[in-house]
Design a protein around this ligand. Structure first.
Ligand code: NAD
Length: 179
């Protein structure tokens, strides 16, 4: 039996490189996957390629209501949620190239990067956790640290991740290993 048979996963940024590879890997282990991304056409392509009951869901990681809707849509479709891969991030070169220094970074880029690369991870966890706890069958969070240069968002994520692990369960070092 495959390790994730019967499990349901959300992969944010699922249309991208790491997200699509994760969707493939989770599916190969038996999970059903919601490929979630702002880019619906590419998310659909990934869902089609992954097969095995995968769905594409468009959402905007900068918008908490959209994240809540992503979680609800997934649970409505599959009836449960077991795995959340927080992976979406601003990677577009025209935006990343402005993520520079305290002097040069535009406030819009700072605010957007915080919303997409950090707050969205908290929001997805906030909306997913109550369902996972109610299911009572365990849950997995996979966090992908982001590349933000000046903001150093990855360190915030690791700190918050550790705190959540202490509150909710177990800290698994190397949680994103190989993905
Ligand atoms: N590739 C690397 O070497 C590397 C290294 C360290 C960390 N990371 C991190 O891994 C994650 C994935 O990286 P990747 O290389 O697969 O990037 P990618 O650009 O291939 O994928 C990122 C995905 O996020 C989506 N996205 C962007 N803004 C969004 C929004 N507002 N709402 C919903 N989706 C949105 C994009 O459409 C894209 O599909 C990112 O968090 C990145 O910072 C990547």
């Amino acid at each position: 039996m495959r390790r994730l048979e019967g499990k349901v996963a959300i992969v944010t940024g699922g249309a991208g490189g790491i997200g699509s590879a994760t969707a493939h890997r989770l599916t190969s282990e038996g999970a059903r996957v919601a490929v979630a991304d702002i880019d619906l056409p590419r998310a659909r392509e990934v869902a089609r390629a992954v097969g095995s009951d995968a769905i594409a869901v468009q959402y905007d990681a900068a918008d908490a209501a959209s994240i809540q809707s992503l979680v609800e849509t997934t649970i409505k479709h599959y009836g449960r949620l077991d795995i959340l891969h927080n992976n979406a991030a601003i990677t577009a070169p025209e935006k990343q190239s402005q993520d520079t220094t305290a002097v040069d970074i535009p406030f819009e880029i700072w605010e957007l990067t915080l919303r997409v690369n950090l707050t969205s991870y908290l929001a997805a966890s906030k909306y997913a956790l109550p369902h996972m706890i109610a299911q009572g069958s365990g849950a997995s969070f996979i966090y992908r640290e982001n590349n933000s240069r000046y903001i150093g968002v990855q360190y915030s994520i690791e700190g918050r991740d550790l705190q959540r692990a202490v509150e909710e369960g177990q800290w698994l070092p190397g949680r994103a290993a190989g993905w």
